[in-house]
Design a protein around this ligand. Structure first.
Ligand SMILES: Cc1ncc(COP(=O)(O)O)c(C=O)c1O
Length: 462
């Protein structure tokens, strides 16, 4: 049965809490209800078609209609729709997935996989693994975690605490203890006047070194970092950032967790953000494109050093007492296996490298627009800032309605983007073609023109 749009809205606002939505307003306007997907496009319940410039939530690497993923799910549903991997059980799809996933990450030092359903759980599990590890190796005082301003690692109590965005803390009584905050390597947002990217990195490293000295390296367990910060505003790190960061962490025996929930599986033009930025992590978390998001699944990958610590802990405690019901879910695993096969067969990272120059050229060209500054991107992820004044980078007051006008204008053009404060992010499916990249930016440029006309009509810009 297909419901009318009005029925959908009535039902939905009565029943559901919508994430990241002003709950009072959504009850009045209702959400946009998406009904179908086709390649890089989706269609709403009123038949309007949109180019999905965000792959949902940085998710559907293979677009919205990859038949092989559908077939893999159906096959597995028929054979074995559920089985668990607790207490000495397993299932074949999860066995095959681990083989493939570790084969893809062994060069980064990964040796074992721990499964869950979401990026938040994968990062949450990473924290538990790290604490368990340091207890097992006789360093129980090494427990604090460093995370960055604008970092996004999820919404569980622990991962929302790692997340460096005020909105995720306010009134949730977060962050909880043990989290130390450090700076974000965005020259656009944080460089002092005249400071180069390299100088910003050096200042951040000095600040980090001072933080470590103040807290004591022997109390600090790990540093969490997305190779490219996503929800915090698509922050592409300066070249010297990760080499210097890693050297500093190594010196103080602080583990590095690479949160590859967005950057994993080709997004930056290499299979992992760790490859693009020369990162050699102790743990990695992956989700989203792991299954092209056709099924919920995530993994916490770890080096043999960490795993061996867990073995010691498990000996002491009688078992490794951690796991979620759907860990290694056979249907999610079967879909993920198929996604990984497709990434390899189609050389998805090579495909990203082939079209990224067009994406980045069109993205950087937006900087010429009177309302835009700060274009940045890598591979097929990018963002711009919406500004009232390019020279001072001053944003519009949200009460001006300009951000809202842009959001509406983008939809009117048949495009989906994501607004993160004054940042507008783009992260299309990795299967996007060059003509579709042009279509995406043409739509976005027309939406900017509509917004500029609105801002001028209100005398908010010249
Ligand atoms: C880098 C990063 N880590 C973790 C998460 C949390 O993942 P989930 O929403 O699946 O819990 C996200 C979600 O967007 C993310 O972007």
């Amino acid at each position: 049965m297909t419901r009318s749009h009005d029925d959908n809205i009535r039902q939905d606002v009565r029943n559901v809490l919508h994430p990241y939505t002003p709950l009072d307003k959504i009850a009045v306007t209702g959400p946009m209800v998406i009904r179908k997907g086709d390649g890089v496009y989706v269609e709403d319940d009123q038949g309007r078609r949109y180019l999905e410039g965000m792959s949902g939530l940085w998710c559907t690497a293979l677009g919205f209609s990859e038949q092989r993923l559908v077939d893999a799910a159906i096959r597995q549903m028929r054979d074995l729709p559920y089985y668990q991997i607790f207490a000495g059980r397993s299932n074949e799809p999860s066995i095959e997935l681990s083989e493939r996933l570790l084969a893809m990450t062994r060069h980064l030092g990964m040796d074992k996989a721990l499964y869950a359903n979401s990026g938040s759980e994968a990062n949450d599990a990473a924290v538990k693994v790290i604490w368990y590890y340091f207890n097992a190796v006789g360093k129980p005082e090494k427990k604090k975690l460093i995370a960055r301003e604008r970092g996004y690692h999820g919404v569980t109590v622990m991962t929302a605490s790692l997340t460096g965005l005020a909105g995720n803390h306010a009134d949730f009584d977060l962050p909880i203890g043990r989290v130390l905050r450090t700076g974000c390597p965005s020259a656009y947002h944080y460089a002092k006047p005249g400071e180069t990217e390299a100088q910003l990195v050096d200042r951040l490293m000095d600040e980090l070194e001072a933080l470590i000295a103040r807290e004591g390296a022997d109390t600090i367990a790990a540093f969490f970092a997305e190779p490219v910060q996503g929800a915090g505003g698509v922050i592409v790190p300066p070249e010297s950032y990760f080499p210097k960061l890693q050297a500093l962490l190594k010196k103080h025996d602080i583990l590095l967790v690479a949160d590859e929930v967005i950057t994993g599986f080709g997004r930056t033009g290499s299979m992992f953000g760790c490859d693009t930025y020369g990162i050699r992590p102790d743990l990695m978390t992956v989700a989203k494109a792991l299954s092209s998001s056709y099924m919920p699944i995530s993994a916490t990958l770890m080096s043999s050093r960490i795993y061996e610590g867990l073995v010691e802990g498990s000996k002491r405690n009688g078992s490794f007492a951690h796991g979620v019901t759907y860990a290694g879910h056979p249907v999610a695993s079967a879909v993920a296996v198929e996604a990984l096969k497709i990434y390899e067969e189609r050389d998805i990272a090579g495909q990203v490298r082939a079209v990224a120059p067009r994406f980045l050229r069109r993205l950087h060209a937006l900087d010429a627009h009177p309302l835009v500054a700060g274009a940045r991107g890598v591979g097929l992820i990018g963002a711009v800032e919406l500004v009232r004044d390019k020279a001072s980078r001053a944003p519009f007051d949200p009460a001006s309605g300009v951000q809202a006008r842009l959001a509406d204008a983008v939809l009117e053009e048949g495009l989906i983007t994501r607004s993160l404060r004054d940042t507008v992010a783009l992260c299309p499916p990795l299967i996007i073609t060059e003509p579709q990249i042009d279509e995406m930016f043409d739509k976005f440029e027309r939406a900017l023109e509509t917004t500029l006309a609105f801002a001028r009509s209100k005398a908010m810009v010249d």
